[in-house]
Design a protein around this ligand. Structure first.
Ligand code: DX5
Ligand code: ZN
Length: 220
């Protein structure tokens, strides 16, 4: 089983409520909400006020991906503003275990995001405190980048690491995913598939979500 999490980064911000209704109609179950601060990544996007507005127009799970410095200062605020899932980057937080616990205490699902060049070993100690891992398959900062091919093997090893420990931590993958590569990723055990350009790029988000679900559904 996998879920599609369209990233609103590639949506038309002048028609956000409409774009959200369109992905709901296609069968998306999670809304991926990319937060960038212009420091951790070289781009600035949206924050708490936009999240609060989005919360009012949808019942989808909202998944806030914090690409910011000092995420521990803001993580709980994102839960309070309506995010159901909040991920913080392992590269950005020296007290990651505490931040994950605080997100859970606030009622959110806690996730660890990890950049392409960061080794999986950096997740080891914090893994039991995370509900999900957000494996980046591009360097965060922009939509529409090319999938980094080494992410396939990294995903395979992450799946193994979680299974070996008997954990039920979910795997989310983000960056460069569309109908052409989703099947391989789902087969390797990713359960939440983020797609921005793949969903909103052609102006038909309902159809694009359906197409992703079809392409990722591997019949055995
Ligand atoms: C990248 C963001 C992604 C991005 C994905 O920094 O974290 O969520 O929106 O976009 P695509 O699917 O276009 O790579
Ligand atoms: Zn993201």
């Amino acid at each position: 089983m996998f879920e599609i999490a369209p990233s609103i980064l590639s949506a038309d911000f002048t028609r956000l409520a409409e774009e959200i209704r369109a992905i709901e109609a296609g069968g998306a179950t999670i809304l991926h909400f990319d937060v960038m601060d212009g420091r951790f990544v070289p781009n600035i996007t949206v924050g708490l006020p936009v999240l609060k507005s989005v919360r009012k127009v949808t019942d989808l799970m909202i998944d806030a991906h914090l690409m910011i410095e000092e995420p521990s200062r803001y993580a709980v605020k994102f839960v309070e503003a309506g995010a159901n899932m909040v991920s913080v980057h392992v590269e950005a937080d020296v007290h990651l275990q505490r931040t994950l616990c605080v997100i859970r205490e606030a009622g959110g699902q806690a996730g660890i995001a990890i950049n392409p060049a960061t080794p999986l070993v950096s997740l080891e100690e914090a893994l039991p405190f995370a509900d999900f891992i957000l494996l980046m398959s591009v360097n965060p900062g922009f939509g529409g980048q090319k999938f980094i091919h080494t992410s396939v093997d990294k995903l395979r090893r992450l799946r193994q690491m979680i299974d070996d420990r008997g954990l039920n931590t979910r795997i989310e993958i983000d960056g460069g995913i569309d109908a052409s590569n989703i099947a391989e990723i789902v087969e390797l055990g990713a359960e939440i598939i983020v797609s921005g350009t793949g969903v909103f790029g052609k102006g038909k988000p309902t159809e694009a979500v359906r197409e992703l679900i079809d392409a990722g559904t591997v019949w055995v």
